[in-house]
Write a protein that binds this ligand. Structure first.
Ligand SMILES: [Zn+2]
Length: 405
């Protein structure tokens, strides 16, 4: 027999929202409760309502409802004792531990004060990036980033351990920074010697940091704030195009961006496509190019991501790289060659590097009566009033003009 106390503990401690989501039902926050599609009747308009305070659920459509045990009984089609045993077995995953309480709300629940503080810290790290050359040197020399504007657009920072020197002498601030995860319990900077990137919520506030340790003998080279992964880099990408390029890491994304592929967004490792990404892409993005590492994990990860995107009606094309990753690719190859890889993944690809487009555009200028093309500094040719909308057409015209001369 199962003791009564144990049952009461399960009813109270199992996170009902996590339980329902663990059964593959996405939930959305709706005021103080959560909403989702009811699995117990044909539901098209979310009628399942979950109250996290009472830990009870109810469907307004089919009138089913109850506690966590009832949900498992109905969903897994098992009896009461079996449902209880099931929940005990799953409790490590479904019971929120007091220290990391309610991971779902951790970052979105940064207080206004915490968020301001995090913004200030990030601005300071950007300032140190400009003052102390080490971060910049790493990205330019070892990672091949060429354009300062790319670094500005990604709001890169560097942590040289001087944050404490500029902090006000206020124990509350130290306490808050420890809570956010900028300082460890000893009061040292967690991201010391890292280049850092801010990660934003789909709405635009900083919710996380990513740090890449640039030391040589470091053990941990990839760092985030504690808690679940949240936040997006270069979320503006979805405004540029209905096509997105996804990479496996932030530095890979920075490399592509730097080479003129501005509609790029990183996920965080092969399993790092977040709900934040999905909600940002929702109804905006139609197709995605997946540029993951050229290894087994990368290939499998890309296939997994492609499946998840398909559920959102986004078609994916998996790009195969001839080298380890896309950062290494650009050390030996040109943006034109990357365009060719995209075309290999999808022969109808129209993706272009802005770098190439700008180079070609500088050869072409519209005038009142036609257009002028420039070649080098001396040769100018007057056009016929044709409106050129395609780079290829321009290239062909240029070639013809020069052949004719
Ligand atoms: Zn129902």
């Amino acid at each position: 027999m199962i003791e009564k106390e144990k049952i009461e503990a399960i009813k109270k401690d199992v996170d009902l929202v996590a339980l329902i989501e663990s059964r593959g039902i996405p939930l959305k926050k709706n005021g103080k409760s959560y909403k989702g599609l009811c699995p117990f009747h044909e539901d098209t308009n979310p009628s399942l309502s979950i109250n996290p305070t009472t830990n009870l659920w109810q469907c307004f459509g089919c009138k089913a409802g109850g506690d966590v045990i009832r949900f498992v009984e109905l969903f897994d089609k098992i009896d009461f004792p079996q449902a209880v045993s099931q929940l005990i077995a799953d409790s490590s995953k479904l019971i929120a531990k007091p220290k990391t309480t309610d991971h779902k709300q951790r970052t979105t629940d940064f207080s206004v004060k915490d968020r301001k503080l995090l913004n200030k810290v990030m601005s300071y790290y950007q300032h140190t990036f400009n003052e102390d050359g080490r971060g910049l040197r790493y990205l330019k020399q070892e990672r091949g980033i060429t354009d300062n504007q790319s670094l500005k657009d990604f709001a890169v920072g560097y942590v040289n351990g001087t944050l404490l020197e500029i902090l006000p002498d206020d124990p509350e601030v130290i306490k808050a920074l420890k809570k956010i995860g900028i300082l460890n319990q000893k009061g040292h900077e967690v991201f010391y010697n890292c280049v850092v990137f801010p990660l934003h919520s789909p709405q635009g506030s900083i919710v996380n940091l990513y740090g890449r340790n640039i030391g040589e003998d470091n053990e941990v080279s990839h760092l985030y704030l504690p808690g679940p992964r949240t936040g997006i880099v270069n979320r503006q990408a979805v405004k540029r195009s209905q096509t997105i390029i996804l990479t496996e890491s932030i530095i890979d994304a920075l490399s592509l961006y730097d080479q003129g592929f501005k509609n790029v967004i990183p996920v965080y490792g092969v399993n790092g496509l977040l709900d934040d990404h999905i909600s940002l892409f929702n109804r905006r993005i139609k197709e995605a190019y997946l540029v993951f590492d050229a290894d087994e994990a990368g290939r499998k990860g890309a296939e997994g991501v492609a499946l998840r995107l398909k559920e959102k009606e986004i078609s994916s094309y998996i790009v195969s790289l001839p080298v380890k990753d896309v950062n290494v690719f650009f050390k030996r190859h040109t943006p034109e060659e990357f365009e060719a890889l995209l075309k290999e993944a999808n022969p109808e690809s129209f993706e272009q590097s802005e770098k190439i487009r700008k180079r070609v555009q500088s050869l072409y200028k519209e005038t009142e009566h036609g257009f002028i093309v420039g070649y080098g500094e001396r040769q100018y040719v007057k056009g016929s009033g044709l409106l050129l909308t395609h780079v290829v057409a321009l290239k062909i015209n240029l070639e013809c003009l020069f052949v004719n001369q």
